[in-house]
Structures are given as structure tokens and as C-alpha cells.
Design a protein around this ligand. Structure first.
Ligand code: ZN
Length: 143
């Protein structure tokens, strides 16, 4: 039985997403250890009420996997200096800002695309690059 990689765990988490259209998974990592797995989900106790599943309404009620990973880890561990984020999809610019401001040092991305990735990707890459966050395109290891 093969060991799961951190990216395998991110993809597993993406399957738990509340979003029927875009399923994003993220794993927060410190010293090579998985510190938490996250997916895009309804915020807090908001429920899947009629009309909230589709664009644009869902944008007001869904947390991105990266947002949940960062904010929940900050609540539990205090800071994210030197942490890594493994994520299935290209982060949006808002999440890129959170990545920078939280102290995450490295993002490993499987480069799955969302409906806004064509616009978001160059902005996200600029934010991360200019702020010194390493951005690595994940390559699936050969088995
Ligand atoms: Zn985002």
C-alpha cells in the first residue's frame, strides 16, 4: 500500500467540499507534518439554503479552503511563520494576500483551475513572488 502524499490528502479533502461545482482541498504543513486539512465550505453555521449554491450568491457564504486553513490554524497555533500550504487549485488573489500576511513561506499547488483562474493566476503569482512566498507547481511523483 502506497503512502499518501500531502497532495493526496488535499485531493481527499476536496471531495468533502460543500460546493458542487468547484471542489478545492488544502493541507497546512509545518516541518513536513500535516497540521490540518481543509476544503471550501459554508462559513460558520450558514446552511445550504436555496439559492446559495450557485454563483454569485455562493461567494458570500462559502469560505475558500485556503481561508479556512489559514484562519483556523492561526486560531490554534498562533502564527504561520514558515508553514507550507498544499492546495489543489490556484489560489485567488484574496487567498494570496492571506498567505502573505499570515507568514506562510511556501505554496505547493496542483494547478487545478477554477472559473476565475485565467484572471486570478497572474495576480496571485505576482503577489506571492513579490512578497517572497515560494510557489511550486506540484508534479505527481512517479509510482
Ligand atoms: Zn481564495
Amino acid at each position: 500500500m502506497k503512502n499518501k502524499t500531502l497532495m493526496d490528502e488535499a485531493f481527499d479533502a476536496s471531495e468533502w467540499s460543500d460546493d458542487l461545482h468547484t471542489k478545492v482541498g488544502a493541507v497546512i504543513v509545518y516541518n513536513g507534518m500535516n497540521r490540518g486539512i481543509y476544503y471550501n465550505e459554508y462559513i460558520g453555521s450558514t446552511l445550504n439554503k436555496a439559492g446559495r449554491m450557485d454563483r454569485p450568491a455562493k461567494y458570500n457564504f462559502m469560505a475558500h479552503a485556503e481561508e479556512s486553513a489559514i484562519l483556523n490554524t492561526l486560531r490554534c497555533e498562533g502564527d504561520l511563520d514558515g508553514y507550507e500550504l498544499y492546495v489543489t487549485h490556484i489560489p485567488c488573489p484574496t487567498c494570496a494576500r492571506l498567505i502573505v500576511q499570515s507568514g506562510i513561506a511556501r505554496v505547493v499547488c496542483a494547478m487545478q483551475r477554477t472559473s476565475t483562474s485565467d484572471v486570478d493566476e497572474p495576480i496571485t503569482r505576482s503577489i506571492l513572488s513579490e512578497c517572497g512566498v515560494e510557489f511550486v507547481e506540484y508534479e505527481k511523483p512517479l509510482v
